[in-house]
Design a protein around this ligand. Structure first.
Ligand SMILES: Cc1cc2nc3c(=O)[nH]c(=O)nc-3n(C[C@H](O)[C@H](O)[C@H](O)COP(=O)(O)O)c2cc1C
Length: 216
């Protein structure tokens, strides 16, 4: 593994900004999308449970409806790829057992060897193990994947805009998630910035290192 030079990482992170206007003519290449979709799949999650589905919405009619459910933000329609982050509303023993089976077959183990792990997750995460905090917990996992995706995009020279300015219940209706195990959390629009987007020329507003990082 050869590390990316520090100066290059900082250059790319300073290059990234939340794009307000995408160039609708510029699409991501299949190679770029491959890396980006792998960054979603490789994102870490608590217990490794991956309580998410990433919906890639490319249908223009759906994009149009989603835009109206997102404060009419143009990025929804103009980006190359729109990823909607959805997470599980509840955790079931069946989901956990699927994960255990996948772990055992990937690592050449027997599911019985993982019984303790399975039981611990079932106790902690299903029924009233977390009560009302289960969905906020799965939603937090989605934000980790969003961060992974945006950072990977920045390193690749692909633009993004994270979008929380949306009505999750309307998204669920449009994407036919209502009544399923999954619910919308937020989206990330990906593509390339329009030369006309003035936001790319604004200086970043960040508190100083000493204001946000304390060594104790
Ligand atoms: C979780 C989250 C939700 C956001 N939602 C929106 C949004 O709905 N629309 C938008 O234009 N920007 C949105 N942003 C972008 C932020 O406003 C932006 O990241 C912040 O002002 C810092 O600017 P920079 O990312 O350009 O450095 C969101 C950012 C985050 C992290």
């Amino acid at each position: 593994m050869s590390p990316t030079p520090a100066s290059q990482i900082l250059e790319q992170l300073n290059w990234r900004y939340a794009v307000k206007a995408f160039d609708p003519a510029r699409k991501l290449s299949p190679d770029e999308w491959h890396v980006l979709s792998e960054s979603l799949r490789l994102s870490p999650s608590s217990y490794g449970l991956q309580p998410w589905k990433f919906l890639v919405v490319q249908n223009p009619a759906l994009r149009k409806q989603l835009r109206t459910a997102s404060w009419n933000q143009s990025q929804i329609e103009d980006c190359s790829h729109l990823v909607v982050f959805t997470t599980l509303k509840k955790m079931t023993p069946a989901y956990i057992q699927d994960f255990i089976r996948a772990t055992a077959s990937t690592r050449g183990q027997k599911p019985e060897d993982l019984l303790g792990y399975e039981k611990m997750m079932i106790t902690n995460l299903t029924d009233n193990g977390r009560g009302d905090t289960l969905q906020p917990w799965t939603q937090r996992q989605a934000y980790i994947a969003m961060g992974f995706l945006m950072e990977t995009a920045a390193l690749l020279g692909v633009d993004t805009c994270p979008i929380e300015g949306l009505d999750p219940a309307k998204y669920d209706e449009i994407l036919k998630l209502t009544g399923t195990d999954y619910a919308t959390v937020a989206t990330v629009a990906l593509g390339h910035r329009s030369a006309e987007d003035g936001y790319q020329r604004l200086k970043k507003v960040r508190f100083s290192t000493s204001q946000v990082i304390e060594i104790r």
